[in-house]
Design a protein. Sequence first.
Length: 228
Amino acid sequence: MAAIEPTRKDIDHPNKIKKYTASLRLWHWANTIVICGSLITVLINSTVLDEHANAGFIKDELQKSGGSVTTDQTRSLAGSLSDKVWAVHIYFGYILGALLLFRLILEFFQVADQKLIRKMKTAYRDCFIVKKQLKLARHEFVVKLTYLLFYLVLLVMVITGLTLAFRDQLHFSRSLMGNVRNIHGFCMYLVIAFIIVHIVGVFLAERDESPGIVSDMINGGGERSHKP
């Protein structure tokens, strides 16, 4: 499990604590909120507002009160309730896409030692070429590679989500849209898996070699002076 634990150490300067810019921290927490909100809408529609279950429930309740409705009518009503939540899910998707674009732009404007690709190159060089700080470099490379894969999954998720959101305008075939929906759903499970692994890794890091890593993502990290 050690490979998934984030570390506070700077690979270029192992005796120093990493620093996180305000823009990166803003992106991190905004991304966390948006992804959690998006997953919550999926959870609501797959449980509380499940169309098939609610259609039967609505029909039974109306019949008990003396009302008369058809199965198609109850399905339409249940679908309308579900659609309202999906509309919120789509808005979360738009924000997620904007945040992903912001992260891509941020990569170009970050200071050199804060760039993900530069950190990966440094870790790869130290791990596989010069074999310097081997343990830390290997650890950093695996963690950063995981982050890069996560960004790629988010990219696929955003693209497929936008495709589904604009399906009426795109006029793609039903079979193609079915494949897009399946890919989008699969990416959701990959994101959930990453979140679980990330939380476990942070928890282990807080307990072991990197206590304070969560607060660093809030206050920026680095060496801080302590007032007497």
